[in-house]
Design a protein around this ligand. Structure first.
Ligand SMILES: NC(=O)c1ccc[n+]([C@@H]2O[C@H](COP(=O)([O-])OP(=O)(O)OC[C@H]3O[C@@H](n4cnc5c(N)ncnc54)[C@H](O)[C@@H]3O)[C@@H](O)[C@H]2O)c1
Length: 358
């Protein structure tokens, strides 16, 4: 590893749970412009263990005390979804920038309140939609912006696999859990239809928005059989392109994620891998002008570290975040709400008309 510059962003990580252990601690310690200054969890066993493992300068069992520390420049919120917005509001009030895990929240009112608080604070908030830092997806976005011309149609699929844990157990560090961890009152996995939409649907919706822009309306169908859930969603994009999303959890096969995109001057076909392989999507971009396809190879695909470095760069240079911002987080929640309502009523739903909780 190369030496870090002096003006690294001092990060405090809230939450020492699985996502911090598998993604964020390593991202902060390896990040070219970030320093693991503090970690925090109400579970003392996790704090003690991971402060040593990752060499945090200091550690806290109280989030308020971490926020009181003037050396903390920014926090990563790596807690259960229900705690994201309250923790983000506290951080902004304490003058800290925020990288918050996805989904931003479960309710629309909460995320909209957060949107107002971010605007008033003048601080940066980025949402952990780390797929925007997949070099394959970034190559597709560059082609769309610069060469593709008009977009005709986009279809994308995100199908988690029944074999995901065999794979993640093999490649992730050993995940340590604590009985002292703080859990939401309501078990997030009690309603799997809701959980799958929040945990996985938000990635699919964000990828669609990253590549195709705003979603205006959806018409969705949902079916549950043998414990598996499938949503087929017709999407109306603001750019007028046809859109279709398939969210299926879990398919009886390997991880299955990708998209096809048909444009005026070329087309894109993408295969995305389970993120814990840290492998860039295989994205074939066909250009009519050359009659040939190209694919990014050998790229750095540590999505979690790359999103953090980009966030830190935005803070250190006082530029807007280039990842998902609070408006993107709000739009994701709106899209998930609309998909749920449409699947329940059988009618098309405008994103502008939704309210309530996912
Ligand atoms: N981007 C991705 O690919 C990805 C993957 C997995 C999970 N996630 C997201 O990451 C988030 C966290 O997931 P997880 O499985 O690690 O959660 P978790 O609930 O298992 O762990 C969170 C930890 O935060 C601690 N905590 C919560 N509130 C606290 C507070 N106020 N003060 C101190 N400690 C507090 C808890 O004690 C717990 O140990 C979720 O929102 C999830 O959706 C994202």
């Amino acid at each position: 590893m190369t030496a870090k510059p002096e003006n690294c962003l001092n990060i405090g990580v809230l939450g020492c749970g699985p996502i911090a252990q598998a993604g964020h601690f390593e991202s902060v310690t390896k990040g070219k412009n970030t320093n693991l200054y503090a970690i925090c969890d109400v579970a003392p066993d996790l704090v003690e263990r991971f402060a040593v493992t990752h060499g945090a300068e200091t550690c806290f069992e109280s989030y308020e005390r971490m926020l009181d520390d003037p050396k903390v420049d920014a926090v990563i919120i790596a807690t259960a979804d229900a705690f994201h917005v309250p923790a983000a509001l506290q951080a902004l009030a304490a003058g800290k920038h925020v990288l918050c895990e996805k989904p931003l929240s479960v309710t629309l009112d909460e995320v909209e309140a957060l949107g107002r608080a971010v605007a008033e604070s003048g601080l940066k908030l980025q949402v952990g939609h780390m797929k925007r830092f997949d070099p394959g997806l970034q190559s597709a976005r560059e082609f769309i912006d610069s060469e593709m011309g008009d977009m005709l149609a986009f279809k994308a699929w995100y199908c988690d696999s029944t074999h995901r844990y065999a794979m993640t157990d093999a490649v992730q560090p050993l995940i340590v859990r604590s009985t002292a961890s703080r859990r939401p009152d309501h078990d997030p996995k009690a309603d799997l239809q809701q959980y799958y939409m929040l945990a996985h649907g938000c990635h699919l919706v964000d990828t669609a928005r990253y590549l195709c822009g705003e979603i205006i309306a959806v018409q969705a169908r949902h079916l549950q059989r043998f414990g598996a859930h499938s949503w087929f969603v017709d999407v109306e994009f603001a750019n007028g392109a046809l859109g279709h999303l398939d969210l299926t959890v879990a398919v009886r096969m390997d991880w299955h994620e990708g998209f096809q995109l048909y444009g005026e001057h070329g087309s894109v076909i993408a295969k995305t891998f389970n993120p814990w392989l840290f492998r860039a999507s295989e994205v074939d971009i066909f250009r009519e002008s050359t009659g040939a396809s190209s694919r990014v190879l050998g790229a750095d695909a540590h999505f979690y570290r790359r999103q953090l470095e980009s966030f830190a760069d935005a803070v250190l240079t006082d530029r807007p975040v280039s990842g998902a911002d609070v408006a993107d987080g709000i739009a994701s929640v709106r899209a998930m709400l609309a998909i749920g309502e449409s699947a329940a009523t059988g009618r098309p739903v405008n994103l502008a008309d939704v309210s309530g909780a996912v």
